[in-house]
Ligand binder design. Structure first.
Ligand SMILES: Cc1ncc(COP(=O)(O)O)c(C=O)c1O
Length: 408
């Protein structure tokens, strides 16, 4: 499967990468791979490095990846357009020296660093080839025929894609009128067969959060037999003081598993690394489905360097949130309706079917988010550089005259 722009309107690109999709198509029983299969996976993950355009463009002499038009503006996958920190880039370069060796020692070190960061033992941490693999592991560990997974509608769909393979039932709970998770309704939708509840906080595609109080009440009310998978891919962008990470419940609510990724604020979507933290029992159940040696040496070196770079997260949170605020002020000037977001993307009311709008942007060499079922008139736009957002706003003013998107 290509990771090129053609996927912009199909499956979420970052969620169902070539590596992950191939797993859906293969036997998932054992979680073991032959050395040849493993080598294929690693080269796929390493190959992904070559198609991250912002990284490619910033490296002198780098080639333009095939299938990616020259100067395309990619506002479709909620990435950090500035890429990894300088320290992470240096670490990637360094990793060439260890490319011949299996990355086991880096993997152990990475799990230990994450454990230290979150104040848990390393056995409570599992690494994934992106957090996409983490979602798959959770589905494999906690779902089966006869079980169900409770999710918001709409939310990030990868967890449902993998759940289909387990033949578990999907229970979709609509968002509230203000486009937020309806946690009381999600708790009420659970039953004795609920294996997993997926809460994406902030939610993709709406950028809305659930508050500390809402999460507390939900964790209290949801069945203890269900694993509560809290996906915090966009955690680092949140500024609302009412928000709380589910890490606050670590050690108190044994059914909580928290998911994080290096694909968003850390700017390494092309490198593939995510992780989950939970009880050692839940993590062991997930680890049974891990791809052996799923994190390559380059990403591990880079992620370790990222964690050690204290400036990276605050710097890009401010920069990208400022750009989002600028975008929202322009939308407001036009009288457009949009959903206030705590993440690096914004949902904008397109005033009608979003499909032709997406097409019109594509013709202008601007890739925007795909159409989301149940929000068919809404356009999801990722936060790019200021210049990219100015190009987007200019395009929007031509494609969707302001009155079409105005609030009623
Ligand atoms: C909420 C959420 N979770 C997980 C992912 C998967 O990201 P990755 O596999 O790159 O960590 C994404 C990607 O867009 C996402 O939006």
């Amino acid at each position: 499967m290509s990771r090129g722009p053609a996927l912009a309107e199909g499956v979420p690109v970052a969620a169902l990468s070539g590596v992950a999709v191939s797993l859906l198509e293969e036997d998932m029983g054992s979680g073991r791979l032959s050395r040849r299969q493993f080598a294929g996976r690693v080269s796929a993950a390493m190959g992904a490095v070559l198609v991250a355009p912002e990284i490619v463009r910033s490296v002198a002499g780098a080639r333009q990846p095939k299938g990616v038009p020259e100067n395309v503006v990619q506002l479709n996958s909620n990435e950090n357009p500035y890429g990894p920190s300088e320290k992470a880039r240096a670490a990637m370069t360094r990793s060439q020296a260890v490319a011949a060796r299996y990355p086991d020692a880096f993997e152990t070190q990475m799990a230990e660093e994450i454990a230290k960061l979150h104040g848990v033992p390393a056995e409570n941490v599992v690494l994934g080839c992106g957090s996409g693999e983490i979602l798959r592991m959770a589905d494999m560990a906690f779902l089966a025929p006869g079980k169900n997974v409770v999710v918001a509608e709409p939310t990030f769909e990868a967890v449902l894609g993998y759940a289909r393979v387990t033949r578990a039932e999907a229970v979709k709970v609509p968002l509230t009128a203000d486009f937020r998770h309806d946690l009381p309704a999600m708790a009420a939708a659970c039953n004795a067969n609920t294996g997993l509840v997926y809460v994406c906080n902030p939610n993709n595609p709406t950028g809305t959060i659930v508050t500390r109080d809402e999460l507390a009440a939900f964790i209290d009310r949801a069945p203890k037999s269900a694993t509560l998978l809290i996906d915090e891919a966009y955690h680092h962008f949140v500024e609302d003081p009412k928000y709380a990470s589910a890490f606050d419940w670590m050690g108190k609510a044994p059914n909580v598993v928290v998911v994080r990724t290096f694909s968003k604020i850390y700017g390494m979507a092309g490198m593939r690394l995510g992780y989950a933290v939970g009880t050692k029992e839940n993590i062991a159940a997930m680890r049974a489905h891990v791809i052996w040696s799923n994190a390559n040496a380059a990403v591990l070196e880079a992620a370790l360097a990222s964690l050690a770079d204290a400036n990276h997260v605050p710097r890009y949170r401010k920069l990208m949130n400022d750009t989002r605020r600028w975008l929202c002020s322009e939308l407001k000037k036009d009288g457009r309706r949009y959903i206030p977001s705590e993440a690096n993307f914004v949902m904008i009311d397109a005033g009608g079917d979003v499909k032709p709008v997406i097409e019109a942007f594509r013709k202008r060499n601007i890739l925007v988010g795909r159409k989301f079922p149940s929000m068919e008139n809404w356009l999801r736009i990722s936060i790019g550089t200021q210049k990219e957002m100015e190009a987007f706003v200019a395009g929007l003013r031509e494609i969707v005259p302001a009155r079409a998107g105005k609030a009623a």
